[in-house]
Design a binder for this molecule. Structure first.
Ligand SMILES: [Zn+2]
Length: 135
């Protein structure tokens, strides 16, 4: 089992190695040593924010229009992006994985001709960057 630390270093429920790697690969956690990860977000708040964002976007991936069950950080958590709903988009697993932690506009350029929500996407990305700078 892997020890999981909160943003403020508090110990949470341990998790299995697979799960730890998943968190790290999604830029949601970093390795402290080979037995410990530290989360870069608050999992309790994030659960609510995540739900709010999915509901707002009607469980539809804004990148491609297919059903979306994951949330994508517009500004990646590893770049200091917030967990608040303004920085989250509903996304399908494929888009989330394909984009990785690339800048949102880089993936947007790839999807601009195929996304049925390009105007909405563009607006959301701009809004997230605006909030991010204003913080
Ligand atoms: Zn998608």
């Amino acid at each position: 089992m892997i020890t999981v630390l909160n943003v403020d270093g508090q110990e949470l429920t341990p998790c299995v190695l697979d799960r730890a790697w998943r968190e790290v690969n999604r830029s949601r956690a970093v390795w402290v040593d080979e037995q410990t990860i530290q989360l870069l977000y608050n999992p309790f708040l994030f659960r609510d924010y995540r739900k709010a964002a999915l509901k707002r976007d009607r469980y539809t991936c804004l990148w491609c229009g297919r059903p979306g069950t994951t949330v994508d950080h517009i500004i990646p958590a590893s770049h200091g992006g917030s967990d608040r709903p303004y920085n989250l988009l509903a996304a399908c697993m494929e888009c989330n994985t394909k984009r990785g932690s690339r800048p949102a506009f880089s993936y947007f350029r790839e999807k601009v001709y195929s996304s049925p929500y390009r105007m909405k996407l563009c607006f959301r990305i701009l809004k997230a960057h605006f909030h991010h700078k204003a913080r």
